[in-house]
Design a protein around this ligand. Structure first.
Ligand SMILES: C[S@@+](CC[C@H](N)C(=O)[O-])C[C@H]1O[C@@H](n2cnc3c(N)ncnc32)[C@H](O)[C@@H]1O
Length: 153
């Protein structure tokens, strides 16, 4: 499994990512490498996503984030899968969020291209998806957010 360390996106970056991705009521959001679950919780609580799914390799993070989700009473709408993001199906995503590395994004790109439908939005904190053309690149202090829309013929 490629090593990507756990560093949380600051709350203002989380909000900006979800805003740029235009998460709407009733949508399904995936955070691949979901850390402490903050993107999932914000997507459901503030952006009214119908469902948010996190995939997290680290057992401690997956467990702790599920505990936070239960405390917030959101376990019927948020799931954290303890597993490998490269192996987890994401076919029902409306929005995918990433904060990995450029090389992890490169490895992930074929999966995104295969599984995501036309119009699905992908936002990546700090690392671009090489080979894809962003619709928008926004900076917030030291942070950069890349916004992509999947286009299929
Ligand atoms: C930089 S953190 C981002 C956390 C969260 N998405 C955020 O923005 O606050 C990256 C996370 O991806 C997880 N991760 C790295 N490789 C993974 C893999 N192959 N499958 C699942 N999770 C992975 C790490 O354990 C870490 O929690």
């Amino acid at each position: 499994m490629a090593y990507v360390p756990f560093i949380s996106s600051p709350p203002e970056v989380v909000r900006k990512m979800l805003e740029i991705a235009q998460v709407r009521e009733g949508e399904v959001v995936y955070d691949l490498g979901s850390g402490d679950g903050r993107i999932l919780i914000t997507a459901v609580q503030e952006f009214k996503a119908k469902k948010a799914v996190g995939v997290e390799a680290r057992e401690d993070l997956a467990k702790n984030s599920m505990e936070e989700i239960k405390k917030a009473g959101l376990e019927d709408r948020i799931t954290v899968i303890r597993g490998d993001l490269y192996q987890t199906p994401i076919v029902d995503a409306d929005v995918v969020t990433l904060f990995l590395t450029t090389s992890a994004n490169e490895r992930l790109r074929p999966k995104l291209e295969k599984e995501l439908g036309n119009g699905v939005r992908v936002v990546s904190h700090d690392y671009e998806i090489v080979g894809w053309k962003p619709e928008k690149v926004e900076t917030l202090g030291q942070h950069t957010i890349y916004f992509y829309v999947v286009k299929k013929p």
